[in-house]
Design a protein around this ligand. Sequence first.
Ligand SMILES: [Zn+2]
Length: 220
Amino acid sequence: MLRVTLIMLLMMLAPLSSLFAVESVIMDSALTPEQAIYENQPPGTPEDVLSQLVLIDVRYWGLDGRLHQGQIVVHKALARDVRRIFAKIEQKRFPVESVLPIAHPLIQQKGPYGLSSDTNNTSGYAWRPMVGGRSVSLHGLGLAIDINPRLNPYVRGDTVIPAGSVYDPARPGALARNARVVQYFKTRGWEWGGDWTDRADYMHFQKIPEGLDAWVRSYR
Ligand SMILES: [Zn+2]
């Protein structure tokens, strides 16, 4: 009788222990908004842009199979989308290596102002020109996100960024055309760089929210 009671007790506690397991999230990034948005910025970054940005805490399953918490900086008009998209990324267990703001010390170590592409880090805002152009990238306005760059490179002719990376849509963390994550971004009105015809930017998603066209044009 005692044994049966013990077994029943253990069965009742089992779901509780899995609840506690969910609580053990690996903290990858815990910056303040001030640190993530205003520190380690390239000279000349417009205050008008910085004041539109928000820092969002996100959770994701890493390539190590563990649950992590990171942070991403985006334009405030995309905050709701980004929260929902990352909830989907976590729910579908689409693996993401890391999500650190470019101001994070680990990203800064790779290159000044987080401009090195030698990383598989997922990020949003970064004040920088477009690849192969001089006008500011939509990342510079917080209106684009790159996911797992080393698994989802930018490819144009012989140019591959990050250098040496290879796109294989079958790999965990790679974005395939029919991937749920890609579809989910698109249903919320985001454009995927993997659909472009003159180049492929598999890591890249962008969206210009309603009412921001003139503001975006003033920077491009
Ligand atoms: Zn991008």
